[in-house]
Ligand binder design. Structure first.
Ligand code: HEM
Length: 516
């Protein structure tokens, strides 16, 4: 995709900036590091026999499994977040409530509850030894629970085949998806006393009987142990044959599929990568998913413009994907302006990040930064800035000639201030003369009754000709008094029918005191 694209930029960041520098403060990968991390019961610690990773994967499956491919209802739409859905017998266990507390914390205006659930499962699998999974974004959130539809262990093989067919999977794919899921975790005695006894195992104090011997790692042991006859999978060799659903499913093609998995870890991993991607893309009809999101090789990040009197401050970083730290590398940022000029600056190496279970690393450079503190580039407001390019070791990176477009039509002005009772502050937006936005507004993120984020736009009254205050010779100020000091917002403007937003949330507390 072409940068900037706010939703894709945000999804790409959660999906690929997993650990290390500039990973989102609520990065998911930290909650599955190490992979036996189980945060929900601090009294039990690492010997609970459970893991966040397993919970997140089961959560995504139970959200997906309500899908009906005939009528197009159900699927990954975040309906598992509703307590009424979690309370159903088919959703026995506390893994869903556990998952929600962490995974849904990444929901924002660009990332739905459903995308967050899909990302949680994907990151758990990749971080804990699994294959790289194709990720698409754009899942829509259900506003009511789905009809029931998750398979139960005591159901017959025929009903499981029918259930997976309804979800859109063949019998062979059913065997695969169950094996891919059941390489993590196990069955808890507390919620399934008819399947698992009290274990008296100090390494599984939650009394979880595991599906394979490596229950916090993605590997084909679920298949090798099954084929070797050494498996302890409680849904294969459980004392109650009625609930041995994995035994019936795995054996349903004479073990052909499980044998192929046992014989080849690579075949197992690639099959699971496909099946997990399809499970995560199981969405209600009418939902349009994005293309598969791949990492941008050169990605500007945290780009921000602020008007400071006669100076235009340009803050930002760039991420170079799939690179390691290299002191001999030179990275330059070029900025192109309205007058046809180009400025340039050598960027500073800041730090690295990693992704997909350590498979990739990325390096980060600041437009004008030192490791401690981010300094802006200081530009001339009259010339402004229209786009950026980068030069990495002499090679021009400009998205195939498009450049990285920058919107300098409007931005926060440093004259914004806090205090000045009875209001709590004033937001000044510097608007470029000649741009004539049809509207400038504050964007406040709100949460509706079913935890969906939505934007409330609060229009700023355009200054009349007489009242217009100049920020400098190229920009005028649009101002708005704020009464709610707790409000956080971004700034939006509509220019030639297109809406643009700033990315950094602001609050009046960041502003200098208003002059008295
Ligand atoms: C016929 C189909 C299936 C049945 C009957 C079934 C049944 C179960 C049961 C009874 C548990 C124990 C839950 C607990 O104690 O909290 C479980 C756990 C789990 N299932 Fe399945 N499952 C099926 C398919 C799948 C699929 C397709 C996936 C994912 C692709 C999956 C992923 C998981 C995971 C990761 C756990 C471990 C959860 C944890 O340890 O916290 N299952 N399953």
């Amino acid at each position: 995709y072409i940068w900037p694209s706010p939703q894709l930029d945000a999804l790409e960041a959660v999906r690929f900036d997993q650990l290390g520098f500039n990973t989102l403060s609520n990065t998911l990968a930290t909650f599955v590091q190490p992979c036996n991390l189980f945060l929900f019961d601090p009294t039990i610690g690492p010997n609970a026999g459970r893991s966040d990773a397993a919970d997140w994967i089961r959560t995504a499956y139970h959200d997906a499994a309500t899908h009906n491919s005939t009528d197009g209802t159900g699927g990954i739409d975040g309906s598992i977040r509703f307590p009424a859905e979690q309370a159903r017998a088919e959703n026995a266990g506390n893994g869903f409530a556990n998952t929600m507390g962490i995974v849904l914390a990444i929901v924002d205006r660009y990332i739905s509850n459903a995308d967050a659930i899909a990302l949680g499962a994907l990151i758990a699998i990749e971080t804990c030894g699994g294959p790289e999974i194709a990720f698409r974004g754009g899942r829509a959130d259900a506003i009511v629970p789905n009809v029931p539809g998750v398979p139960l262990p005591e159901q017959s093989l025929d009903s499981h085949i029918a259930s997976f067919a309804r979800q859109g999977f063949t019998q062979t794919e059913m065997i695969g998806l169950v094996a891919c899921g059941h390489t993590f975790g196990g069955v808890q005695h507390n919620f399934f006393p008819d399947i698992v006894n009290v274990l008296n195992d100090p390494t599984s104090t939650d009394n979880v009987a595991h599906f394979d011997s490596t229950f916090v790692t993605f590997d084909n042991n679920v298949a090798t142990e099954y084929i070797a006859g050494t498996t302890k999978n409680p849904l294969v060799v459980g004392f109650n044959d009625t609930t041995n659903s994995d035994k019936r499913i795995f054996g349903s093609d004479g073990n052909a599929t499980m044998l192929s998995f046992a014989n080849s870890p690579d075949h197992f991993a690639s099959t699971c990568a496909d099946l997990f991607a399809r499970m995560l893309d199981t969405v209600p009809r009418g939902v349009e998913l994005t293309d598969v999101i791949t990492p941008l090789p050169v990605k500007p990040s945290s780009v921000k413009l602020i008007m400071d009197g006669d100076t235009l401050q340009l803050f930002g970083l760039v991420r170079l994907w799939n690179t390691t730290e290299d002191p001999t590398r030179t990275v330059r940022v070029l900025w192109h302006d309205h007058a046809g000029g180009t400025g340039n600056n050598t960027m500073n190496f800041i730090s690295t990040s990693s992704s997909v279970g350590g498979k990739y690393t990325a390096t980060w450079y600041g437009f004008n930064s030192t490791v401690f503190g981010f300094m802006p580039l200081l530009l001339d407001p009259v010339a402004g800035v229209t786009s950026l390019s980068f030069v990495v070791d002499g090679i021009l990176e400009n998205q195939g000639g498009l450049g990285f477009a920058i919107q300098d039509g409007f931005m926060l002005s440093q004259t914004s201030c806090q205090g000045g009772a009875p209001v709590s502050g004033r937001v000044d937006v510097a608007v470029r003369n000649g741009v004539h936005p049809s509207r400038v507004y504050l964007e406040q993120i709100n949460i509706d009754s079913v935890q969906r984020r939505f934007i409330t736009e609060i229009d700023i009254t355009p200054p009349s000709h007489q009242q217009s205050v100049a920020a400098n010779s190229a920009y005028s100020l649009w101002s708005m008094n704020l009464t709610d000091p707790a409000m956080t917002f971004t700034i939006g403007a509509e220019i030639h029918g297109i809406k643009y937003s700033t990315t950094d949330p602001l609050s009046v507390f960041e502003f200098a005191p208003c002059p008295t």
